[in-house]
Design a protein around this ligand. Structure first.
Ligand code: UT7
Length: 330
């Protein structure tokens, strides 16, 4: 029986400004050679001054709505994954609804760091199960540069800004582009301190008139995160495939979180998925956290790397730690 949870449209948006490794060399003591060999990243996109998370989300949303062939007015819910919302209150999803000109929708944000899109898909499945007629915009977006410490070479070369979105609904009399076959999510709060953006939160408040310190920005124990990322993503992919009586051979395209080419290659090797079946765009955008998977998914779909009949496996890992895997059928 086909899954009732279908994707009707895909879209993504990245800001115009391309920042090359050569430009990063002018900001911190680094080199194109170091960034390329350690991460695979060649360039990333930076939001323009004044361009907020909701602005990027809006563009991705418009693209996904156009691909689905529906108007924003037909949406019932907006689920937005981010760790860099426009502001603390209100959530970023309501601001997107206002910018879309449809301000009376049910809007919520999800924060699961880089796994945000996969968590948002699970939330969307829940909404669709509760509300059979729901039409949900599920968008994942980051302006990571708003929380990047450009004096910290160990993190600032890694990140970029962007947004990706899908329109989801239950299977009705409409053509499904893809359906969600299954989702597995996990987290381990014991390791939360390894990847954080603490500053400004209630435990690490920024008092009136105080200057933001280092903890206002992304802080990451890179090597530790690397180790856990590979292991946890491998395990959850294997478990999800086994639960669905599939093996890695049954996957036509594998789309892992785009944080580091070495992690992507290591994961492909461990899962015995050859690199020609692994989608990679980390060289163009760096790590866009929650937006990474929907940007890659939309690019893969638009480029023809995904074709009807394909089985696609998504996986992600991020702060929390949170991680997950999603099985899609096209
Ligand atoms: O998206 C959420 C999940 N995040 C991730 O998956 C990221 C996981 N971690 C990583 O991708 C990698 O750990 C990094 C890319 C962050 C770092 O790569 P690494 O191979 O683990 O390098 P390292 O942190 O062990 O640093 C190696 C050396 C150090 O110098 P020493 O101590 O060996 O002399 C660093 O100081 O590289 C130095 N270094 C740099 N050199 C030039 C660190 N950053 C830079 C830099 N340019 N930008």
């Amino acid at each position: 029986m086909p899954s009732p949870y279908i994707i009707a449209g895909f879209g993504y948006y990245v800001p115009e400004r391309v920042v090359t490794n050569a430009e990063m060399e002018t900001l911190v003591e680094t080199s194109d050679e170091w960034i390329t060999t350690r991460t695979g990243i060649k360039e990333r996109r930076f939001a323009a001054p004044g361009q907020a998370t909701s602005d990027l989300a809006l563009e991705a949303a418009k693209a996904a709505l156009a691909d689905a062939g529906i108007n924003a007015g037909e949406l019932t819910h907006i689920v937005l994954a981010t760790l860099t919302p426009d502001c603390y209150c209100p959530n970023a999803a309501v601001i997107v609804s206002e910018k879309l000109g449809v301000s009376e929708k049910v809007c919520l944000d999800v924060n699961a760091a880089c796994s945000g899109f996969l968590y948002a898909l699970e939330v969307t499945r829940g909404l669709l199960a509760l509300h059979p007629d729901a039409v949900v915009l599920t968008v994942a977006v980051e302006v990571l540069t708003s929380r990047t410490n450009f004096d910290d070479r160990t993190t600032c070369v890694l990140f970029g800004d962007g947004a990706g979105a899908v329109v989801m609904r239950n299977q009705k009399n409409i053509a499904a582009k893809a359906s969600i076959r299954d989702i597995a999510l996990s987290s381990n709060g014991a390791l939360w301190n390894l990847l954080t953006v603490k500053g400004g939160g209630s435990a690490f408040p920024l008092r009136r008139g105080e200057q933001a310190g280092d903890e206002f920005f992304i802080q990451m124990a890179g090597r530790e995160v690397y180790k856990h990322a590979v292991r946890y993503m491998e395990t959850i992919c294997r478990d999800l495939l086994a639960k669905n009586n599939l093996t890695p051979d049954d996957i036509n395209l594998f789309i892992p979180h785009q944080a580091n080419l070495r992690i992507i290659e290591g994961l492909g090797k461990r899962l015995e998925i050859s690199m020609d079946k692994v989608f990679v765009n980390v060289q163009k955008y760096g790590n866009t956290s929650a937006a990474s998977i929907p940007i890659a998914l939309t690019e893969a779909y638009q480029s023809g790397a995904i074709r009807p009949g394909h089985r696609v496996l998504l996986t992600s890992f991020g702060g929390g730690f949170t991680w997950g895997a999603v099985l899609l059928e096209f």
